[in-house]
Design a protein around this ligand. Sequence first.
Ligand code: MN
Length: 252
Amino acid sequence: MTPLIGITAFPQHRESETYSALNENYTRSVRNAGGLPLLLPFDLTAAEAAQCIGQLDGLLLSGGADLAPQLFGEDPVRGVNNISQARDSGELALFAAAAKARLPVMGICRGCQVINVAMGGTLIQDIPSQVPGALGHSPQGLPMHEPYHRVDIVSGTSIMARAFGGDLAVTNSFHHQAIRDVAAGLAITARTRDDIIEAVEGTDPGWFVLAVQFHPEGQSQRQTEFLNLFRLFVDAARQYASRVSEIGEFQH
Ligand code: MN
């Protein structure tokens, strides 16, 4: 059985119209991990989001531009741009419905930040201006597949530790925001040596939540460890689907 994985698109403004767009690395990574990707438009209403979640086996919140700082009680600093209220509200509605159903969720970059804010956490709005002495996290001109900075993985049985089989990864990095206060219900599982949080995971053993600040979809075709993150997510989605079908049969 192939789990159905909804992936959020982002608003892309082209010459004449705005598109719901997505880098194909996301769909390829989900396929290579055994899932069936399904694109979700960026501007879903709450009712539409809930209906989508009812049809899905997993939710992947993709990367993209900044979240509106109002969502965690702040006004934007100068480095914040490209916010989209339509995308923010669509993704928060998807996450709320997924949380209610305990649907497996994976968040990448912006998606990592969406998960933390949705669960009550806060963000560093702009690393270069708000974190003196921070390492580079948004290098110019590098391809997505290029390993950039070291990430220390908290040892134990986390998804990160299982995917990488150790306590160190070298990841790409394309973000200027990051998690500041970690939401209750999430635990840090990886960080860089300047203490920027690079991965958090859900603490509820009955609900798969994985949020990473780097872009594993850009590295998954060259390094199996990054594909492993998608495999563990798709495995959780498969288990979710089989639980749902058991409950369905029981009710018959
Ligand atoms: Mn980084």
